[in-house]
Design a protein around this ligand. Structure first.
Ligand code: 5GP
Ligand code: ZN
Length: 107
């Protein structure tokens, strides 16, 4: 994405668009998916705009590791006994929003 001011998730992070935030960390936020595919469906989203796993650059590994850590913390808060963590990668991988995010899903 060339213009991040057009990015929906950047706008949600900046609170220009409302969302149900469940987590606000230094590097990432968590908010409820607007169209949940499970009883619990949280999107864990880095504050830094990266289009996709495909667009990760050297140095982004730690940030993506942090997303998994934050998802674990959110899952603990929700007292989940098990859950799925999913990345959709690229349009052909089912990705619709081109701001990297990790889906946390649990029933
Ligand atoms: P993707 O397929 O790109 O990995 O998933 C994008 C997700 O973002 C979808 O599950 C979709 O329901 C969710 N989504 C799309 N627009 C909005 C929105 O405006 N607010 C929230 N909270 N979630 C959204
Ligand atoms: Zn963005």
């Amino acid at each position: 994405m060339k213009n991040m001011t057009d990015c929906l998730f950047c706008k949600i992070i900046a609170k220009e668009i409302p969302s149900s935030m469940v987590y606000e960390g230094s590097q990432a936020v968590g908010f409820k998916d607007i169209n949940p595919k499970a009883k619990h469906h949280i999107l864990v989203v880095p504050r830094k705009h990266i289009d996709s796993v495909m667009a990760m650059e050297e140095g982004d590994q730690e940030l993506v590791g942090h997303l998994i850590w934050d998802a674990k913390k959110i899952a603990e808060d929700l007292q989940l006994e098990g859950y799925q963590l999913r990345f959709h990668v690229g349009a052909k991988g089912g990705q619709e929003i081109f701001h990297l995010h990790l889906h946390l899903l649990a029933d």
